[in-house]
Write a protein that binds this ligand. Structure first.
Ligand code: COA
Length: 330
């Protein structure tokens, strides 16, 4: 999708549980090793919620942080979109609970389910509303409690995921050069079964059997996802740069979804991008699905490495299978 959308990022925020699960902790839980996890994934530790915390509490904390960063009140918002695959309840939308907790009656609020691509899908949706004048200030959040949908007896998946939330307040462009210059969303439903939570939906409602068979947690064909991700990540970055005629030197930071350091490094090397232009925090947080990109975006913005007028490229892929990119001039 080409076409300029006149938006700006007004503020960003994040919320991460304080509880840390290290690779050494996993050595005590399943047949694995710190060395295997480090070399195959790049993950050293991840954050996990404690009792009383949930997708909603993280989402609201990240939203408040983003509003403070934007210097705005919740009542300035016109729309809330929450990207999550680990919602507070199967229904209604987590975004509606956020709306209530933030104290903004009547404004629309809904969730987007696009897994690790969810935040970028939501951001692109928000940008269209803002550009066309439908809504002015939109809160976009990626929030996940992956730990609540993880089977901690399955060494092939449990070591990968963490909990967290990131948020951005998006509004109209404040300068002429500011905006989203390119965006792209894609999906391939043929791969829908490669990562899924089989139990608890309309197809296989919760029962004693679904609990006994551990069907309420994420199942993944890691090798298949790896093959898809490694090709898609490279292609999506390449397409965005070509569409806008940008070289590596022109981009201040690429913010990729954090699912596996090897996937990020493979794309970076094949595209000839310098390490300092591709943001990595998977070592500290693991894969937080829809929260990975907005948490990384907040860390990048607050580190001061991206100034006004510079290019930032957000790239994500995940269950669905889905993928998305957004090229933004800050
Ligand atoms: N510790 C030790 N050994 C493990 C292990 C663990 N935590 N998990 C799997 N293994 C074993 C496997 O059982 C297998 O053993 P075998 O050869 O005796 O059968 C071996 O390691 C290799 O397994 P494989 O699945 O081929 O490993 P891999 O190099 O592909 O790494 C992933 C596994 C999950 C890290 C990798 O496939 C991956 O990152 N996939 C993409 C995941 C992803 O991005 N998901 C989210 C999408 S957003």
């Amino acid at each position: 999708m080409n076409g300029y959308l006149a938006i700006s990022i007004r503020g960003t925020g994040r919320a991460l549980p304080s509880r840390v699960l290290t690779n050494a902790d996993f050595e005590k839980m399943v047949d694995t090793s710190d060395e295997w996890i480090r070399t195959r994934t790049g993950i050293l530790e991840r954050r996990i919620v404690s009792d009383g915390q949930s997708t909603l509490t993280l989402a609201v904390d990240a939203a408040r942080d983003a509003l403070a960063d934007a210097g705005m009140a919740a009542t300035d918002l016109d729309l809330i979109i929450c990207a999550t695959i680990t919602p507070e309840y199967p229904f209604p939308a987590t975004a509606c609970f956020m709306q209530e907790q933030l104290g903004v009656p009547d404004i629309p609020a809904y969730d987007i389910s696009a897994a690790c691509s969810g935040f970028v899908y939501a951001l692109i949706s928000a940008a269209h509303f803002i550009h066309h004048g439908t809504y002015r200030n939109v809160l976009v959040v990626g929030a996940e409690c992956m730990s609540r949908f993880t089977d901690y007896t399955d060494r092939g998946t449990c070591i990968l995921f963490g909990d967290g939330a990131g948020a951005a307040v998006i509004g109209p462009a404040e300068r002429e050069d500011q905006g989203m210059y390119y965006c792209h969303m894609g999906a391939d439903g043929k791969g829908a079964a490669t990562i899924l939570c089989p139990g608890g939906g309309a197809r296989t409602p919760a029962s004693r059997e679904t609990v006994d068979q551990r069907l309420h947690s994420l199942k993944m064909n890691g090798r298949e996802v790896y093959k898809f991700a490694v090709t898609k990540m490279q292609q999506v970055i390449h397409d965005a740069m070509v569409a806008q005629g940008l070289a590596a030197d022109d981009i201040a930071m690429i913010i990729p979804h954090q699912s596996n350091l090897r996937i990020i490094e493979s794309a970076r090397e094949k595209l000839g991008l310098p390490a300092e232009k591709v943001f990595v925090n998977i070592d500290r947080y693991g894969n937080m699905s829809g929260a990975s990109v907005p948490v990384a975006l907040d860390e990048v913005r607050k580190s001061g490495v991206v100034g006004a007028g510079q290019w930032v490229l957000l790239v994500a892929f995940g269950a669905g299978l889905t993928w998305a990119s957004a090229l933004i001039r800050t």
